[in-house]
Design a protein around this ligand. Sequence first.
Ligand code: SF4
Length: 347
Amino acid sequence: MPSETPEFIEDLVEWYQGVRRTLPWRTSRDPYRIWISEVMLQQTTVAAVIPYYDRFMTRFPTLATLAAASVEDVLEYWAGLGYYSRARNLHRAAQALQKNIAASGSFPQTHLELLEYSGFGDYTARAVSSLAFGERVGVLDGNVIRVISRVDGRRSEWWKPAERKILQARADAWAAEKKCDPSDINQAMMELGATICTPKSPSCMLCPLRNACVAYQHRTGKLSPSALPLARPRRTLEIWHWKPEVTLKKGAVRLIKNDYAPFLKGHWILPGTATIKTTKPKRFHLRGSVTHHDIYVELPAKNQNTSIRSRPSPQNECWIPLQNLKAKVPSSLIRKAIDTTLNLRTK
Ligand code: SF4
């Protein structure tokens, strides 16, 4: 089955061309604009992304402007989207791409070339190469996995590499329909998953794939739309007790490159200690979560000695003026820890 191109691809594309939403990144085939939108869309929904995307594009309208910006500037315009390592990789990739373009004169056009850059995973590379340059490869995001699983009636453990390979081959087979532009095929699959073949209560009666869909034919049971795709087992939450130190000097707060906590890896963070727990700690002032880390924050006591205990190398330490915190420190948990400590100290 993986190598067969289904017969309904032309119907799917025709449906898409009739219903496609007008979105800011769909106004051109500019690879830079498509790339930024695809990375942002991995974080959240289309509606939530649009204001971030517009703001980002106003500040960094071209690859050259993004490559020339400082990483702090990029993080400031990413703040609110989460997964800050993606913003850092995006920036690093923009610099490498810009260098490459200066040497070769063009943006890399195939997914294999794009995969050489740190900001491109398999999904993003395929999305950019097919949407911007028409490379005939399929894309595999959550929407596409859902559509393929239901249409084919596949009860696969799609989060496992071997199964993903099979699903990827299936998505490639869909994109192989020569009568249609692969950009349209891939966007049609994603659009169908986002608007019709939704996780809960899919609108099968409006679906152009209804006649070919195994899940639709089953309606109930193990192969029904509500049973597919299989639910990914949840990663267990880890409880962490974080005791940050808040040291101030001339209106600036001391941060270090995170070398001790498993959450916010690679970020500027307050120095301190982080200990894994089996139950919620008795004493804490704040609670926050970062991915699968459930973090209980115990702030320094009012009269805690704030002299500097550890002294990392200068490039791993910085002092951020309090008025620049929001711009320079994207993590709301760190900002809350600082704000709450300052409030406690003034009481
Ligand atoms: S018929 Fe229903 S389950 Fe099948 S692809 Fe369409 S919306 Fe999804």
